[in-house]
Design a protein around this ligand. Structure first.
Ligand code: PLP
Length: 408
């Protein structure tokens, strides 16, 4: 049996009858940028996320970058996030001139550990302080060097004091981070909260939608996401009209009125054809997420009986949408090779924690700084996960994992 890691072709057959006429209509009307498809999608996605506003943008990376800019994050600011994420999270932080700093993850959820966030802020700012109180000298922590990775010293004034300004939890694999304590710690320390919900379309935290809890929620519509475009795409959602209108300007060269530029922005718009695709898919997203959850449950049933395999855990009060189904095993490389030989596609999300990436070598981080992230990165393996996965396919994957583990 051959089981791809991700199958987007089967899904296309389900929606082809709606997608192709939509594309034809866009071509016939020459309606490519902006227009009713984009505004229609924004209204529908804001409602889906239980947020007042949505602005479509060109990618998840743009969503995070524009959210940070609109929130006033820039040179001299620290943004606290996790090393267990895709590099887009920290690229966006660096690209606005701020500095990403890391706190470790929770070993059960693989999401930001609120205790580690609190510990970091206590160490950084002093017990019970707010961000306006006692500061460590910028040279005392490896993350406080003043060099900007992408652009040398361009964004950082030499000797500029870094101050924690924002916290950026990532809802990794489709399960929300533990937002209540994160929001409380952020409030106590005057930090803006920006959610990286790029993997978590439709997931719930204590009844609240991912992306709706912080100042801004950021989404990616990269094709393989639970809600994926047929090209690049992204969106921000927010309850703030001011933030939404700033992001609308930033994504469109800093203009609210054509050729009147209040600021320098970007060419970062969502295009009309992608918005049309997303509208067609959004109607089905709740069902597709349900299918992913069913598939995850069946995997859990079969795999939790196998010694040496750790299956994902859904936390109390959370609704995981399984963008990725990730297990932990000690001989990860061996299992991945074995599954590959048996025709099963797998992935690694992510094999090298961000603090150990070459791109951040100048930050002075070293192995051992974030032990939970490091341990998870060595053992994680993403199994095939998509709504159309069949029971027989899941059984085949599980049987091969059982065979491999029994030979250990
Ligand atoms: C956690 C996370 N953040 C950010 C991004 C960036 O999204 P995009 O690829 O649309 O720029 C992704 C997408 O891969 C992601 O998984």
């Amino acid at each position: 049996m051959n089981i791809p890691f991700l199958d987007l072709k089967t899904q296309f057959r389900e929606i082809e009858h709606e997608v192709l006429p939509m594309v034809k209509e866009a071509m016939e009307n020459a309606a490519f940028i902006g227009g009713p498809q984009v505004s229609g999608f924004e209204t529908e996605f804001a409602a889906f996320c239980e947020s007042k506003y949505c602005a479509g943008v060109n990618s998840g990376t743009d969503a995070i970058r524009f959210a940070l800019m609109a929130a006033g994050v820039g040179p001299g600011d620290e943004v606290i996030t996790v090393p267990h994420t895709f590099i887009a999270t920290t690229e966006a932080i660096s690209q606005v001139g701020a500095r990403p700093v890391f706190v470790d993850i929770d070993p059960k959820t693989y999401n930001m550990d609120p205790k580690k966030l609190e510990e970091y802020l206590t160490r950084r700012l002093g017990v019970g302080s707010t961000s306006t109180q006692k500061q460590e000298p910028s040279t005392q922590h490896p993350a406080h060097s003043t060099r900007h990775p992408a652009s040398g010293t361009q964004h950082q004034e030499p000797g500029l004091q870094q101050q924690p300004k924002a916290v950026l939890p990532v809802h990794i694999y489709g399960q929300p981070a533990d937002m209540d304590p994160i929001l409380e710690i952020a409030k106590k320390n005057n930090l803006v909260v920006i959610e990286d919900a790029c993997q978590a379309h439709g997931s719930l935290y204590k009844g609240r939608k991912a992306g709706s809890m912080g100042l801004v929620g950021c989404f990616s519509f990269y094709p393989g996401k639970n809600l994926g475009a047929y090209g690049e795409g992204g969106a921000v959602v927010t309850q703030s009209e001011e933030i939404a209108s700033k992001i609308r300007m930033i994504r469109d060269h800093g203009q609210a009125k054509k050729y009147y530029h209040d600021l320098e922005g970007y060419n970062g718009r969502l295009d009309a054809i992608q918005a049309g695709v997303l509208r067609i898919k959004l109607k089905r997203l709740a069902n597709w997420n349900e299918s992913r959850r069913r598939n995850a449950q069946y995997y859990n049933e079969l795999l939790s009986q196998i010694k040496g395999v750790t299956v994902p855990r859904e936390m109390d009060g959370c609704r995981h949408v399984y963008h990725l189904y990730v297990i932990l095993v000690d001989d990860r490389d061996g299992l991945q090779k074995y599954l590959n030989e048996k025709g099963v596609g797998t992935g690694l999300h992510y094999p090298v924690p961000l603090h150990l990436q070459k791109a951040y070598a100048d930050r002075g981080y070293k192995e051992g700084d974030f032990p939970v992230t490091e341990s998870v990165a060595k053992r994680l393996l993403s199994l095939p996960m998509f709504p159309e996965l069949t029971k027989a396919q899941i059984e085949y994957v599980a049987q091969n994992i059982r065979d491999f583990m029994s030979k250990k």
